[in-house]
Design a protein around this ligand. Sequence first.
Ligand SMILES: *Cc1c(COP(=O)(O)O)cnc(C)c1O
Length: 369
Amino acid sequence: MSRKMAPPPHLHAYLERLLPYPPGKPIEEVQREFGVRDVIKLASNENPLGPSPRAMKAMARAAAEMHLYPDGAGYYLKQRLAGRLGIAPQELILGNGSDEITLFLAIAYLGPGLALMTSNYAFVRYRMAAELVNAPVTLVPMRDMTHDLKAMAQAIDTNTALICLDVPCNPTGTIVEARILTGFLRKVPKHIPVLLDQAYFEFAQGDPDYADGLALRAAFPNLIVTRTFSKAYGLAGLRIGYAVARPEIVNHLERVRPPFNANRMGQIAALAALDDAAHLRRTLSVNARGIKMLTRGFDRLGLRWWPSWANFILVDTGRDARALYVELLKHGVVTRPMGGYGLSTHLRISIGTPGENSRCLDALKAALK
Ligand SMILES: *Cc1c(COP(=O)(O)O)cnc(C)c1O
């Protein structure tokens, strides 16, 4: 005899409110749907040069050991990173992408009555992580597409349990000046953890106004700095990111980390990529040139854009960006409409190779006609 079981009504009713993250369109899908052969993807801030050749060699060699579980402690990668960053391995935790570390932070520090504070246009994954654990979210409006740290400091209250800041910010591409960031951190009570997400660190690093999160840690023990191998290192498909924080915080996050979250191939590739200074240099130079080329092109097309310290640019197209996005797809150019952020006239365009940037500008010109 079988009895139908009613779902427990009290359990995770808020799950119904959650929306899955909208992924960028895969290249193959655009090819099929629009009948274009040569598709370029400028939608997910990936490295247009591909992975480091050194990482590819290391991966080929490592293929035969993929029956083995990853090193759950990430011993070698953490040793190497710690040496490189001038920190102790106990101050490091690896993530399945730095995105997963946001989830660890939410599980560890947020919940009902324990609120996230971030900006209205900050990386949407912070908000999603908070919603996942049924935590309240305070979204502070940005000022001129930049985190308004003055308003955020004023909005801190007794419920504030985690503050998330991406610098550079995705999707706006902007940074907050080091001086302003430091002033803000001084105002945040030390019991509130602050995530400084530096996913685009390598691209912004050369600017004297850009704060190196690691240098701030001595003064601010509540600071958690995340970085990733997905962007400048070109290893997005392998999902390796990391956080640097005080051992006490790392210890909290280790309690919620699944044992094999950082996969074996990813650890091996990341180690090799760290040694490939030439690939990183090429990446940064292609990106800097691409920003110049695209912004000049946007100017010619009369499009408004925001200065970017990352590997993408936010463009206000002044019209329905979703429709423009579809037009661009017909030309085989995949960009990212920002309607999900409430920026319905904006596209986020990742920087490509010179050839890809030029195709993107041609497609924009044709689509805007
Ligand atoms: C891309 C991105 C990340 C996460 O990248 P992972 O691939 O998960 O390491 C984190 N924060 C911001 C702002 C990003 O744009």
